[in-house]
Design a protein around this ligand. Structure first.
Ligand SMILES: Cc1cc2nc3c(=O)[nH]c(=O)nc-3n(C[C@H](O)[C@H](O)[C@H](O)COP(=O)(O)O)c2cc1C
Length: 211
């Protein structure tokens, strides 16, 4: 099979200026609800793009854990590659792709750490083994072997002896305050719908982009 011969048409839905919400977070909520109702696997998975000190963008998947008008929340290790990149440059982008709905959403925003209360609360709500893994993993650093990690995990689990780990200070949430959204709906003949919301003077302005 030649990759060049792979193509499909998009015709499930339409997106126009009259059937969208004037508020992009509400529009996101509507599309997220539809993704969840459609049982899309990992609907909350999003590519997080940061720009590192070397100027190269890096993307990786993280899970959206909450959103509201103020912003979009995910959790990670603050000393990971993404954490260091955000510290130097908090301008980031989030990207969802839901092929089953022929949709993508791009969000640009400014990331800042969530409060300690939010980070701690979420950390302790996770399964205990996930808490242990987050505590012992110096995310994004080089490890000598798989065995090294597994030993570290087992040693800490033994030390805890059933107790929950303390909250690790290098782990927590980021809240991404959105400044721009793009909602993309696949359409017939590659004439896709692209609706952009941009924030100016605290107001969301809507425009349509060419596909
Ligand atoms: C489905 C999926 C969900 C993930 N969720 C998270 C997450 O919520 N937080 C996180 O730190 N890493 C998550 N990861 C791992 C990241 O993609 C990445 O490997 C890790 O955070 C290290 O990234 P960095 O070295 O660029 O900082 C997830 C990966 C996948 C495939």
């Amino acid at each position: 099979m030649k990759l060049k011969d792979i193509r499909r048409d998009y015709s499930q839905a339409k997106l126009n200026e009259h059937n969208i919400s004037p508020n992009p977070v509400q529009q996101f909520q509507d599309w997220m609800n539809q993704a969840l109702e459609a049982n899309i696997r990992d609907a909350t998975a999003m590519s997080l793009v940061t720009v590192g000190k070397d100027g190269f963008p890096q993307s990786r998947i993280v899970l959206l854990k909450d959103f509201e008008q103020e912003g979009f929340t995910f959790f990670t290790n603050y000393r990971s590659e993404k954490g260091m990149a955000i510290e130097a440059n908090p301008k980031i982008s989030l990207h969802f792709f839901w092929p089953e709905l022929e949709r993508q959403i791009r969000i640009s925003g400014i990331a800042c750490k969530t409060s300690l209360v939010i980070s701690k609360k979420y950390f302790h709500s996770r399964p205990q083994k996930s808490q242990i893994a987050a505590s012992i993993s110096e995310q994004s650093s080089v490890v000598q072997s798989r065995e090294f990690l597994e030993n570290k995990f087992a040693e800490y689990a033994e030390e805890l002896n059933g107790k929950n780990p303390d909250y690790p200070e290098n782990w927590g949430g980021y809240l991404v305050e959105p400044v721009k959204f793009e909602f993309w709906q696949g359409r017939e003949n590659r004439l896709h719908d692209r609706i952009v919301y941009e924030k100016t003077d605290d107001e969301w302005k809507i425009k349509r982009l060419a596909p």
